[in-house]
Design a protein around this ligand. Structure first.
Ligand code: 5CA
Length: 163
């Protein structure tokens, strides 16, 4: 696995190293095509858009704490459901906040490997698929995994996140 580390850009390599450290055998791949959005990522890897696990950062409006929501590419996150779960209103974080808490740019935010430990909620609809794909640090990098492993590596809580 370490043989292809040098091919990856710095941010993607960081994600690969985090995955290695967690003891899972998952391979980050950097593609020539953009994987910046769920639609682009699905096209690039040849899967359904629902199989793309989008990592979206929300900000708790009172405490200013981040919440990571990992959603199926088909779903729009219902902020009310997230707010009810965390006990505070939440709103979509802006690009600077995302960068500050994750260390990655929007379009490449991975489900793991962030600068700080993020409370993580996982879309139950991702369990409709045997295989899913997540971003791996850059808008061209992804890795394939299954929903059970996503829960294992993130410690996330599985729930309904869309209306
Ligand atoms: N690499 C792909 C597939 S895994 C990816 O990261 N997709 S994503 O959906 O998780 O990341 C893009 C998301 O970032 C968009 O769905 C949108 O919710 C969010 N986003 C895009 N632009 C902004 C912005 N200016 N401020 C805050 N959030 C944004």
């Amino acid at each position: 696995m370490s043989e292809h580390l040098p091919e990856l850009s710095a941010s993607a390599r960081r994600v690969q190293e985090v995955l290695n450290r967690k003891g899972v055998r998952l391979d980050v791949v950097e593609l020539p095509a953009s994987t910046r959005t769920a639609e682009e990522a699905a096209r690039a890897v040849g899967c359904d858009v629902g199989q793309i696990a989008k990592s979206l950062v929300f900000r708790m409006e009172q405490s200013d704490r981040p919440v990571l929501v990992i959603a199926s590419g088909l779903n729009r996150v219902d902020e009310r459901l997230i707010g009810e779960h965390v006990g505070e209103m939440v709103s979509m974080a802006n690009a600077d906040f995302v960068r500050a808490v994750t260390g990655f740019v929007i379009g490449g935010v991975p489900p793991v490997g962030h600068l700080s430990d993020l409370d993580t909620l996982i879309d139950q609809d991702l369990f409709n698929y045997g295989e899913i794909w997540a971003a791996a640090g850059t808008p061209n990098a992804v890795f394939r995994l299954n929903p059970e492993v996503l829960v294992e590596i993130t410690g996330g809580f599985v729930m309904r996140i869309a209306a």
